[in-house]
Ligand binder design. Structure first.
Ligand SMILES: *Cc1c(COP(=O)(O)O)cnc(C)c1O
Ligand code: SF4
Length: 373
């Protein structure tokens, strides 16, 4: 199935590759869902119910990656088409709209400060496509955080000037690469004038959902504010296309390293072979797999949750059989605002100070006499 040809048969290549055209022609709201349903002959009653609580929008480009006619079974479709399960009750008592307690860790508006040496700025609440598994779903409906104001940014700057131990700022959202370039430049400039801030990091899904946004002009802007690291968010090998490859390459040629954080999602990528392909394909385009997250226990995402043991099992196989540059850290961001923890298998089975027993990647036991004993 090719949704591009079905839904936008007359679009020219030039329009398709224009990010403004992509944004203007997003499918969204009731109208968009009905159009999708009609085109595919699918029942969209469930999705229509879900968007009463959680909004919906998707770029034509990202929708065109859906290959299965049964869109709610497709790995891209599942990430972007609303599911009635988002608003169903059963597992809701476990879920919270803000399990990471980001509000509590927000000393001033638009800033989250949980770890001593790094902070997060929420620069905008806009995204090119709204991921159904997003852990900041709670923000989608709040018009006041559409784009961070100059005043709020001024306050953030004052805060950071008093906290010289903060050395890294993550600009996140929403998606900061959707900001008008003047606004993005203003934010990066403001941060760059703080001498204690050494590194900037941008969290963005634009390379995946709207790769044409990565224009030469945007890359020049980023280049002027290095060191900047980009962290993007690929979840499935089907998301790696010639468009995404070219967007990533433009950023890399501007001297911006790109790494990736994935989320382990039921029915999307909760499978060893899929994740292995994803991580290896990312390494082939020189994107370093950085984190694989256990899906946060956020309200409206419970249909994506995968048992923790499954993630660990997949990762153990990965550590044993795949080159280290392809293997991300498997991370749980603990509820109750506990912060991130890495889950690693231990290969040190026992040690009494004189002798240690290791298990190899092939589960062979090796005894090592400790030299100092
Ligand atoms: C995830 C996160 C960071 C970044 O953590 P890294 O482990 O450096 O990727 C920083 N601040 C907050 C509040 C976070 O949730
Ligand atoms: S791009 Fe990021 S912030 Fe935006 S909806 Fe997706 S996961 Fe959430």
């Amino acid at each position: 199935m090719n949704l591009k040809h079905i839904l936008w048969p007359d679009v020219s290549e030039k329009e398709w590759n224009n990010w403004q055209w992509q944004l203007k022609n997003r499918l969204s709201g009731k109208e968009g869902l009905k159009r999708l349903g009609k085109t595919l002959g699918a029942d969209v009653t469930g999705p229509l119910k879900a968007i009463k609580t959680y909004k919906w929008a998707a770029t034509p480009y990202y929708l065109s990656l859906i290959k299965s006619k049964d869109v709610l079974r497709d790995p891209v479709g599942k990430q972007v088409i609303p599911s009635p399960k988002e608003t169903e009750a059963p597992s809701l008592p476990l879920a919270s709209s803000d399990p990471l307690r980001e509000k509590e860790y927000s000393p001033i508006k638009g800033l989250i400060h949980r770890y001593r040496d790094r902070v997060v700025i929420l620069a905008t609440s806009l995204c090119a496509s709204y991921c159904r598994h997003c852990n900041r779903k709670r923000q989608w409906a709040r018009p006041e955080c559409i784009t961070i104001s100059r005043e709020a940014l001024g306050e953030i700057r004052d805060y950071l000037l008093l906290k010289p131990h903060v050395r890294e700022v993550l600009v996140s959202g929403g998606d900061p690469l959707l900001l008008p370039l003047e606004k993005l430049e203003f934010i990066l400039e403001a941060l760059r004038t703080i001498s204690t801030i050494k590194v900037l990091r941008l969290g963005t899904r634009v390379p995946v959902t709207l790769p044409m946004r990565v224009t030469d002009e945007l890359c020049r802007l980023l280049k002027r504010h290095r060191p900047i690291w980009i962290n993007t968010h690929f979840n499935h090998p089907n998301e790696i296309t010639k468009e995404t490859k070219s967007a990533i390459e433009r950023m890399q040629l501007a001297g911006i390293p790109v790494s990736n954080q994935s989320v382990l999602l039921r029915g999307v990528n909760d499978d060893y072979d899929i994740l292995r392909s994803l991580f290896c394909n990312l390494q082939e385009i020189m994107v370093r797999p950085y984190y694989l997250f256990q899906c946060d226990m956020v309200k409206g995402t419970s249909h994506f949750w995968v048992p923790l043991e499954m993630g660990i099992e997949i990762m153990e196989r990965m550590w044993a059989h795949v080159g280290g540059m392809c293997v991300p850290n498997f991370v749980v961001d603990l509820p109750d605002g506990g912060g991130k923890v890495r889950l690693l298998p231990s290969h040190l089975l026992e040690s009494d100070g004189k002798e240690a027993v290791f298990s190899t990647f092939e589960k062979r036991l090796i005894k090592v006499r400790l030299s100092h004993a």
